[in-house]
Design a protein around this ligand. Structure first.
Ligand SMILES: [Zn+2]
Ligand SMILES: [Zn+2]
Length: 449
């Protein structure tokens, strides 16, 4: 089967710059040292000892002073770009601008749009739009079931041929085990990953936050963690039975991490992601009933958070995903129970995790970089690599920079970020995506020569 190129985005590959004396860190390329790096025609053209490459007159020179870190660009396998149909929240342009500002060189968009991305013509038009508007390459997951209705499979083979990276009903679970089994059987034939939002609605129904001491104190209906973990266990076993490939989205609790680890130990082809907010926040952050803390799955307990961190460290959880879920201000400025679920996250992901986990010594920076780029391979895409001849997918960060999330506004059209107002450490200065300059921070003027 001939497949369309799964990632679509900017075709301008004209970036010409010299990054002089930057500290290059790429665990896969086994580089952790100061280098000069030249980008030409969208490709990493030279990598040499610091201070040895002379700048050409037609290229921009960025001086790293041995201090600025140059990383492979991050990859986000789970974002909501809200187009078509909800462009008041986000669109291809603003969503990918937010991605680039967060250091992401490519993203995968979810299909729970309006209408739902469940047909080949719609996928074709979205890919055309992304080629014109996206700041970084975008891949698309199509729906597993028509209109996310859970009753009828989409034309999975046709969608694959049109370039769908895989399938998901994200926002909703595939409630019927029989329906999921059928999807897994088709997936074995047509390829692509099935990404699963795990939630048993008979357990979660009516809940607005994690079911526990905080929900009891606030008098808000809770969602028990078993709503997620029982579905993870069920679907891991189905994937094993059908020898199919599934990816578990946004894990939120210890029991789910255990279920994924057990599935991997049995050799089942499963992978999993975790969000920065589940790694950094807990149900205690919901006490003030700030609707930016309302998301699906909900923020859980400190013990769950620790299990997620350990799962990410040990590799039971493969990668970080933002689950960037923009909502308009008037939609979120309502009583907690009525507010839609979701937080934005592209622009804060790296800094939240760098300041929250790397600085205190919980996670090595190299491991965080690995987990923030690992999503690409899970969806059969090339992993960004800092090596000569590779396409320039690079992120330049200042690890010493302190900033307050949202203080200068957002690139996203929405501002419902759970980290808004927090002091963060580590700022993305520059992002190159597929050879094109996708983002340049205003602070970069200070270091550009
Ligand atoms: Zn979801
Ligand atoms: Zn989502």
């Amino acid at each position: 089967m001939r497949l369309a190129d799964p990632l679509v985005g900017p075709s301008d590959e004209s970036a010409a710059l010299l990054l002089r004396d930057v500290h290059v860190l790429d665990p896969r390329a086994r580089i952790d040292a100061r280098h000069d790096l030249r980008v030409r025609a969208g490709t990493i053209a030279e990598l040499a000892e610091p201070g040895t490459i002379e700048a050409e007159p037609d290229e921009e020179l960025i001086e790293g002073d041995g201090r600025l870190r140059l990383l492979p660009a991050f990859f986000d396998p789970h974002v909501h770009l809200r187009t078509p149909g909800q462009e008041h929240k986000e669109d291809l342009q603003t969503g990918t601008r937010a991605a680039a500002a967060g250091g992401f060189g490519a993203v995968i968009a979810m299909p729970n749009t309006d209408p739902v991305l469940d047909s080949a013509p719609l996928l074709r038009s979205l890919r055309d739009a992304a080629a014109r508007q996206a700041r970084v390459p975008v891949g698309f997951l199509a729906a597993i079931t028509r209109s996310l209705g859970g009753e009828q499979l989409t034309e999975m083979a046709e969608l694959r041929q049109e370039g769908a990276l895989g399938f998901t009903d994200d926002g909703k679970p595939v409630q019927s085990a029989g329906m999921l089994r059928k999807a897994l059987q088709y997936q074995r034939l047509c390829g692509g990953v099935l990404a699963l939002h795990e939630e048993d609605p008979t357990l979660s129904r009516g809940g607005s936050m994690h079911e526990g001491t905080v929900s009891a104190a606030l008098g808000i209906a809770g969602i028990p963690t078993v709503a997620e973990s029982t579905m993870v266990a069920r679907d891991a076993e189905l994937a094993g039975y059908e020898d199919a490939r599934v990816h578990f989205q946004h894990l939120s609790c210890a029991a789910s991490v255990q279920a994924v680890a057990a599935a991997k130990a049995r050799g089942w082809r499963v992978s999993a992601e975790v969000t920065p907010h589940h790694l950094m926040l807990t149900e205690a952050d919901v006490r003030a009933m700030d609707t930016r803390m309302k998301m699906h799955p909900p923020l859980t307990t400190e013990a769950d958070r620790q299990a997620l961190i350990e799962g990410l460290r040990a590799g039971s959880i493969d990668c970080v995903a933002s689950d960037h879920a923009p909502h308009a201000r008037d939609e979120k400025e309502v009583p907690f129970e009525q507010a839609p679920m979701g937080t934005t996250g592209l622009e804060t992901a790296f800094a939240a995790l760098y300041g929250g986990l790397v600085l205190p010594g919980v996670l090595e920076l190299g491991l965080l970089v690995e987990r923030m780029t690992a999503g690409a391979a899970l969806f059969d895409l090339p992993t960004p690599l800092v090596a000569v001849g590779e396409p320039a997918n690079l992120t330049l960060v200042d690890l010493d920079a302190e900033w307050v999330a949202g203080e200068h506004g957002w690139e996203s059209r929405s501002e419902n970020c759970c980290f808004a107002g927090r002091r963060l450490r580590g700022r993305v200065l520059l992002t190159l995506a597929a050879g094109a300059l996708a983002h340049r921070d205003r602070a970069l003027a200070a270091v550009a020569v």
